[in-house]
Design a protein around this ligand. Structure first.
Ligand code: SF4
Length: 303
């Protein structure tokens, strides 16, 4: 029997099996509207709208998409985001983030756009792995997968990159679907703009001059692009073994119904920010949570 899994479920499984169990197997969806996720989702909608249009009108199209979200709200993966989900501060912030990104990066991009958030499927053994790329483009003759992220800081080191499972997975899937190795680019945008840009004011001293403790105005402290050249076919074939092994681990965990926890102390993926932390801790202590209790705490993912 064919089994299927999404790329994002696979990434979650790799990070923490117990988190994946709650999300993928139990289908528990958090109810709270998380501000960071909301900003990320809306910015992705705007970018997708921009990629789907002519580069000369991309900024206006993206701005219109934002206005639509503010005005009518939207539905995304069966979740409703009504207009009241958005604070005024975050509306201004997103307008500014988009404008800043476009002025410093977006307007220079002259890609041939091939796919924007379209589903793709790859068969690996009995598994169908499905997913979407933010954008697949042709850049100076090369296929390029663009992955966008909104984040608190773009100053992270990138020593982790050679082992970053996500870009390997994207490059592998891209190769399998399109028949040629693909470049990858992580396009990171900080949830902040420099003082003096858009709605963010410059802090002034009593004398009315800019204070010394203003935040950086350097573009590289707000925007970061991390390019990863295409892997060779031999490298991708090596990764395929890693992937097959991981899918076998998913299958094994599903069969046994046992999912290990991976506690993560700091960072965006940490246990502290995990939507399943309360369930995870309660069950670690041996409590049994009934479906009735889980249904009070979470929505259920549409199957
Ligand atoms: S709280 Fe930590 S260990 Fe528990 S499911 Fe979430 S990420 Fe995994």
């Amino acid at each position: 029997m064919t089994k299927d899994i999404s790329m994002s479920d696979l990434l979650t499984f790799k990070r923490c099996q117990y988190r994946s169990f709650n999300q993928r197997v139990r289908g528990l969806e958090t109810r709270a509207i998380n501000r960071k996720m909301l900003i990320g989702t809306v910015m992705h909608r705007a970018w997708a709208a921009g990629y789907r249009t002519h580069p000369d009108v991309a900024l206006r199209t993206m701005q219109n998409e934002l206005i639509q979200c503010w005005g009518k709200g939207f539905n995304d993966h069966d979740k409703d985001y009504p207009p009241e989900s958005f604070s005024h501060e975050d509306r201004y912030l997103m307008e500014d983030m988009l404008d800043f990104w476009y002025q410093h990066k977006g307007m220079q991009d002259r890609y041939e756009i091939l796919k924007v958030e379209e589903p793709i499927y790859v068969q690996i053994g009995d598994w169908t792995v499905r997913g979407t790329f933010d954008a697949l483009v042709r850049d100076e003759g090369h296929l390029l997968v663009v992955d966008k992220k909104t984040c608190d800081s773009v100053k992270d080191e990138t020593d982790w990159l050679p082992l970053d499972f996500q870009h390997w997975l994207y490059q592998y899937i891209g190769w399998r679907v399109f028949g040629e190795p693909v470049d990858f680019m992580l396009d990171r945008v900080r949830r902040e703009v420099p003082p003096g840009f858009g709605h963010r004011e410059v802090r002034l001293t009593k004398k009315g001059v800019p204070a010394a403790n203003n935040a950086s105005t350097a573009v590289e402290d707000y925007l970061q692009r991390i390019p990863v050249p295409a892997k060779t076919v031999a490298e991708l074939a090596t990764f395929e073994s890693e992937l097959i092994n991981l899918l076998a681990t998913v299958e094994w965990a599903d069969k046994r119904g046992y999912y290990t926890r991976t506690e993560i102390r700091t960072g965006g993926q940490s246990c502290g920010g995990c939507p399943y932390k309360d369930v995870c801790v309660a069950e670690y202590y041996g409590n049994v949570l009934s479906d009735e209790v889980l249904n009070v705490m979470f929505d259920r993912r549409a199957s």
